[in-house]
Ligand binder design. Structure first.
Ligand code: C2O
Ligand code: CU
Ligand code: CU
Length: 460
């Protein structure tokens, strides 16, 4: 099977395989897609924003309350927008009855505020941290990272978008949040017979895969499109599922950004593959689709997000992204020697990195602040052939130098914090940490992370 399929028990005598992926139900298009609101700044406080992890309930199914977790609400969280270069004080509060952390995925912040497994906030406790985004305009996200319990907390609803806004530059991209600049958090979920998210019962050590698609927490969503040119910031917020997105009519769209910011050059494409935690920004030009049925579909052709195209007569923005003058990777960068080797291995609870499981008391690697090194990451196949592992590093946005010796394709010529590694594949990464501290790197299949497929690096 192609490595994009993955799954857990196939029900046949408990045999382990990587093949069984439940199909997603198509969206019936009955509810307008929820757009997470922008986080409201605090007035008259000594902090700018407050983010509270809390319990709540959500009516996914009419007349049924499902227990969920959310930030500042019942499910998911508001979108936090940081201005590049500005210091933002954020109060983080744990109102759950279990420990949690607040991790800013993709943000280059010092280790002590990164919110990895070291950053536990106990129930009822708060902390004020300073977030400073000294990095390009990008679509990042935030989620919990408490060791052994990340998958369950994310599954119940703890995730939010984190945007970096670059004041004074105009990429020409649509940027009216919620109007022509839309976040899309794709997640798959399983509900039990009482329409509850019963994580314990459904948990699978190779990653919990649902059969219901949820976008921004909405089941059966549709999106009414009024502007001809729309920008979508797509996050694969699933615990484990990989997606390949297309348009239902097979049409092209433009990918403009990867995890950490704008691509070197925009890429015309008809498909977009994202492993868990990867992001991309795409632009769809709807001007030719007025009155047509068009949807975002997955690799099986299942409609995940139908659009209702009812264009107003605002003129189409002209998008003229500047192509970069220099090549994405300099010759010198391409030829740097490998200094760190990472071997991803295993499945179920037997997952390891370089033969070891995570130990919070062990530092696995060290790297000097601001010094660029080449990491070689290999996905060692197992006896079942292996599976994709999305490899993520905290505290850095890296560049992909090569995949099996070949230069990255155009859609990966941009900053990344997570890289999809196929079984038997070797990717080389150019990694620099701008801040000091202890950071983790791990597989972003959350159940693999919880099972110890994670290591620690000290940046000194
Ligand atoms: Cu999305 Cu270790 O993080
Ligand atoms: Cu992260
Ligand atoms: Cu993995």
């Amino acid at each position: 099977p192609d490595g994009r399929n993955q799954g857990g028990m196939n029900g046949m005598g408990g045999m382990m395989n990587h093949g069984a992926v439940p199909s997603l139900e198509p969206s019936e298009g009955v509810r307008e897609l929820t757009i997470p609101p922008l986080m409201e700044p605090q007035q008259g406080q000594d902090f700018d924003y407050e983010v509270v992890a809390q319990q709540g309930s959500t009516e996914f199914f009419e007349g049924v309350q499902t227990a969920t977790y959310g930030y500042n609400g019942d499910l998911l969280g508001p979108t936090l927008k940081l201005e590049q270069g500005e210091r933002t004080e954020v109060k983080i509060t744990n109102a759950l009855d279990e420990p949690t952390t607040f991790h800013w995925h993709g943000l280059e912040v010092p280790g002590d505020i990164d919110g990895g497994p070291h950053g536990e906030i106990q129930p009822g406790e708060s902390r004020i941290i300073t977030l400073e985004a000294d990095q390009p305009e990008a679509t990042l996200w935030y989620h919990p990272h408490v060791h052994g319990n990340t998958a369950q907390q994310v599954f119940k609803g703890l995730s939010g978008m984190l945007l970096i806004d670059e004041a004074g530059t105009d990429s020409g991209l649509p940027d009216e949040y919620g109007v022509d600049d839309i976040p899309l958090i794709f997640q798959d979920r399983l509900f039990d017979e009482n329409q509850q998210l019963n994580y314990g019962r459904l948990m699978d050590n190779d990653g919990t895969l649902g059969d219901i698609s949820m976008i921004n927490g909405t089941l059966d969503p549709k999106l009414t499109v009024a502007k001809p040119v729309m920008r979508f910031r797509i996050l694969n917020g699933s615990n484990a599922r990989n997606y390949t997105f297309r348009l239902s009519n097979g049409g092209d769209f433009t990918q403009v950004a990867s995890d950490g910011g704008l691509l070197d050059e925009p890429v015309e494409t008809d498909s977009l593959t994202l492993a868990a935690s990867e992001r991309a920004e795409i632009v769809i030009d709807f001007s030719e689709f007025n009155g047509q049925d068009i949807a975002i579909v997955n690799e099986e052709g299942v409609e995940l997000l139908p659009f209702e195209v009812a264009l107003d007569d605002s003129p189409a923005d002209s998008m003229d992204m500047q192509a970069a003058g220099e090549p994405f990777l300099s010759e010198q960068e391409q030829e740097m020697p490998v200094t760190k080797k990472i071997e991803l291995f295993g499945m179920m609870e037997m997952v390891t990195i370089n033969g070891k499981k995570f130990d919070m008391d062990r530092i696995d690697l060290r790297q000097e602040q601001g010094v660029t090194e080449v990491w070689e990451v290999t996905n060692e196949p197992d006896m079942m052939g292996g599976m994709i592992h999305p490899f993520h590093i905290h505290g850095t946005q890296f560049k992909i130098i090569s995949r099996d010796g070949k230069p990255p394709e155009a859609h990966e010529q941009g900053f990344k914090d997570t890289v999809l590694v196929e079984p038997d594949e070797t990717v080389k990464l150019l990694v620099t940490f701008p801040e000091k501290g202890v950071f983790v790197y791990h597989c972003h299949i959350l159940e693999h992370e919880d099972n110890g497929m994670m290591g620690q690096i000290e940046v000194y």
